[in-house]
Design a protein around this ligand. Sequence first.
Ligand SMILES: [Fe+2]
Ligand SMILES: [Fe+2]
Length: 171
Amino acid sequence: MPESTQQDAIALLKQDHRTVEELFAQFEKASGEGRKQKLAEQICLELSVHATIEEEIFYPACEGKIEEDLLKEAYVEHDGAKVLIAEIQSGDGQTDEFFDAKVKVLQEQIEHHVEEEEKRLEGMFSQARKAGLDMEALGQQLAQRKAELLETYKSTGIPTPQLTTMDATPA
Ligand SMILES: [Fe+2]
Ligand SMILES: [Fe+2]
């Protein structure tokens, strides 16, 4: 890929956010179980890949460079979303009367999470930019890992999300 078309880390992550927002908007307008099921699958795929590349690459790079609380909350918010993603992946509108509600609540949680990442001045991305992270290099790593994961998930299916900060249900 020529240098000029490569995205820096923040541009890539923001573009993922826009993609998922668009899919949620389509889900809201969609009628017909087949169409909704397809959109829900796409949402789960996009979010699973996005959360994984953030947790493997971007968040660790932020460690020690941005507000610690903000970073910790981001991991917990991801886990909250993963619980819903796993639920949505394993059901559909026919078998789960809460299916649409789960997609809606996931959308609301993601909106909040994206706001925390993108907020001007004190958001995670602004803090990371100010801390001088190498966004070009990170962008390259994110893009490469994203491509790998997309390929894997498309051939083997999306794995059940692994929680980072909590047990599914505490003993
Ligand atoms: Fe994100
Ligand atoms: Fe995130």
